[in-house]
Design a protein around this ligand. Structure first.
Ligand code: NDP
Ligand code: PYC
Length: 348
């Protein structure tokens, strides 16, 4: 392996990282089904250079297990059909990831059969990026969107105090050749994980990201974490975030971000709530119009790129290609975290 060794950054293979992370989670008492699914998203985040949801998240996962705020031994259960287009999985208090893996193949089948379908995940703890889920679905040939609340750490536009979550929203469109079109972002200006990484690095926040506990603008990550982040795009991001509270909280009979924080009592643990994933069959929708949705989508993507703009996820896909060639790049802090957690595991 060609190992870049600049400024404390070294490569690890995906298999080695998977084995190390999974062993830590198993030792912490996580059910094997959950441990494997959680490990998959952490390794995927590192492979795609999405540091805010990679190795950095392991300690939060362990804290949540130790605090008894996630059911480590839970196994997700597919619920009996209510309607053919609503697939429901109960995480039974465990992490969301194994529930997604259980429900997603059926979601894709139902979307192909009925044109569209939804996967509802209830009673889950959620810490992950959404794009691995979107890519799983686009690989099965369906378009998909995913969303979930978080815990109240974002002030609504025009407000000053935490009420909404960082509420991620992701979408994907399958492409016959090459990588899918995917975007995945927090509806806050930036994910809270990014603010935490900037705090650790001793860096300031740009203007317009956050307010302090008194509702005053701040560039200090510490004050922002104690205060509130702001929605992206002002009232527009605020409305999308509110939609996510409605659809992926209230509509699916699960917690809103403020209810989740109230139940958890802390922003240092991973929040519990639900998640909503909706899948569409582009062919089914286009059928009666006799126009090929995939070739038309390609023309749109080419027109975007033709202006010199990049498609979302291009940075991630480039990082993934680099990881496949050179290994996954971790820095000293991430290696130190793994070693420290392994040592703590060995003492259990
Ligand atoms: P970013 O702002 O880093 O990126 C958001 C999206 O925009 C990505 O798809 C990214 O693609 C794309 N993008 C960035 N710059 C450009 C550009 N110049 N042109 C075109 N596209 C661009 O993400 P966030 O900080 O908002 O969120 C990071 C992660 O945090 C997400 O994966 C999200 O799911 C996760 N999250 C999870 C939460 C949870 O509760 N589970 C809560 C909040 C966030 P690319 O990656 O290629 O740069
Ligand atoms: O980065 O905002 C975030 C986040 C919250 C929960 C999981 N990630």
């Amino acid at each position: 392996m060609n190992t870049p060794e600049t400024s404390g950054r070294r490569a690890v293979t995906a298999t080695e990282l998977f084995d190390r992370v999974e062993a830590i989670l198993l030792k912490a008492g996580l059910h094997p089904v959950q441990a494997a699914a959680v490990t998959r998203v952490i390794v995927a985040a590192e492979a795609d250079d999405c540091k805010s949801h990679g190795v950095y998240r392991i300690e939060g996962v362990l804290r949540t297990i130790e605090a008894g705020k996630v059911k480590a031994d839970a196994e997700p259960a597919l619920m009996p059909d209510e309607k053919p287009t609503i697939v429901r999985v109960n995480a039974n208090g465990g992490f969301s990831n194994a529930s997604f893996e259980l429900g997603a193949p059926l979601l894709a089948d139902r979307a192909k059969e009925y044109g569209m379908a939804a996967l509802v995940i209830n009673d889950c703890t959620h810490f992950a990026a959404l794009w691995p889920e979107i890519e799983f679905l686009t690989a099965l040939g369906v378009a998909a969107m995913a969303m979930c609340p978080s815990y109240a750490t974002v002030a609504p536009a025009g407000g000053r105090y935490p009420l909404l979550g960082t509420n991620p929203f992701a979408f994907g469109w399958p492409r016959k050749n090459g990588n899918p079109y995917v975007f995945d972002f927090a509806t806050s200006v930036v994910a809270r994980g990014e603010v935490e990484l900037l705090r650790r690095a001793g860096k300031k926040l740009p203007d317009g990201w956050a307010v302090d506990p008194d509702g005053q603008p701040t560039n200090d990550p510490e004050a922002a974490l104690a205060g509130a982040l702001l929605p992206f795009g002002g009232h527009k991001g605020s409305a999308i975030s509110t939609m996510i509270e409605l659809l992926a909280g209230i509509m699916i009979g699960d917690l809103t971000s403020s209810e989740s924080l109230e139940q958890l009592g802390s922003t240092t643990l991973s929040p519990s709530h639900g998640e909503l994933i909706i899948a569409f069959s582009p062919e089914a929708f286009a059928d009666h119009r006799g126009r090929n949705p995939f070739s038309r989508a390609e023309a749109l993507f080419e027109a975007i790129a033709g202006q010199g703009a990049r498609l979302p996820s291009e940075r991630r896909f480039a990082a993934r290609a680099n990881s496949e060639k050179h290994g996954l790049i971790l820095d000293d802090t991430e290696f130190e975290t793994l070693t420290r957690l392994e040592a703590a595991s060995a003492r259990r």
